[in-house]
Design a protein around this ligand. Structure first.
Ligand code: GLU
Length: 291
């Protein structure tokens, strides 16, 4: 296909998610694809820089876990890699930044990262500060206990005030669990990352960990025989890609990317290669929410 550098064509090419220019250089060491984006957009800036900075988790098996070679792996990581690919940026040009729950809005607002893919629930308070593309997955809050504990059967088990539950600062589960607690000060233990809650559960400093089912499933799989889920999920947690507030063209680009991969096999592959190892049920792709 021969294209003239007309703005309209460029815009269409960008919206069509990277129509490759024939015969163009592969700037990214052989894996990148030359793509053309509308001038002045975040897509153009990132593509020209051949670099994207992604905030993700480093401690969550299945979604974002730093492996022995120092690279994160997981479903969120794969989704971010696909977004980079669609920007014409090869995976080895992604800079990964560990982004615990409490600092996600801050790193986006500061411009420390270009996007956050980190089990990040779309909700109204967060939308006051940043924008979300997606959702691309819907998790739900659940409770994890030690394998030999049958005393906790769901969030109501905390109502008598005797059990301690651990979660992460500024996470939705930390907030949601409060209404089930008799005494928040003594019952709710908060850390910055979930791995610390898991260690506290194993060491019996707490009786339960609460966060999204998929995060807990990853910890259960990676700690064979030690933990189990208690009860059933009791919230919906739609995961979005966080980006700078007001960057509507970038948000639409990511939304279109997500809709494309929901239908072309890449979403399923990303799941199978990561979280699908713990949960082989393929998730039904949710509808993107263009708010
Ligand atoms: N999805 C929830 C949230 O965004 C819990 C998981 C997490 O802390 O990353 O707060």
């Amino acid at each position: 296909m021969r294209t003239k550098p007309l703005v309209a064509l460029v815009a269409i090419a960008g919206l069509a998610l990277g129509v490759a220019a024939c015969g163009g250089d592969d700037k990214g060491g052989g894996t990148g694809t030359t793509k053309t984006f509308e001038a002045g957009t975040t897509m153009e800036r990132l593509n020209k820089a051949q670099k994207i900075t992604v905030g993700t988790k480093f401690d969550q098996p299945g979604f974002g876990l730093k492996n022995l070679s120092g690279k994160p792996e997981g479903f969120d990581v794969e989704i971010a890699k696909i977004i980079a690919t669609e920007l014409g940026i090869p995976a080895d040009k992604i800079e990964w930044k560990e982004t615990p729950s409490a600092i996600r809005e801050q790193v986006i607002q500061n411009g420390d990262v270009d996007i956050v893919a980190a089990t990040y629930t779309i909700n109204e308070p967060r939308k006051q500060k940043i924008d979300f593309a997606g959702p691309y997955y819907v998790a739900g809050q659940h409770i994890m206990v030690r394998n030999d504990d049958s005393s906790i059967t769901g969030p109501d088990s905390f109502k008598d005030g005797t059990k301690k539950v651990c979660s992460v600062t500024n996470s939705t589960p930390a907030n949601n669990i409060k209404k089930y607690l008799k005494d928040e000060a003594t019952q709710l233990v908060l850390f910055d990352i979930y791995q610390k809650c898991v260690t506290a559960l194993e060491g019996k400093q707490v009786d339960a960990v609460t966060t999204d089912n998929v995060i807990l499933t990853g910890f259960i799989a990676n700690n064979a025989g030690k933990f189990k889920l208690a009860g059933t999920k009791f919230t919906d947690e739609p995961y979005g890609i966080g980006l700078k507030k007001g960057d509507d063209k970038f948000r639409e680009f990511i939304n279109k990317t997500l809709e494309t991969i929901f239908g072309d096999g890449r979403y399923e592959k990303a799941w199978r290669d990561t979280a699908g190892k713990f949960d082989p049920n393929l998730p039904a792709p949710p509808s993107v929410n263009r708010y």
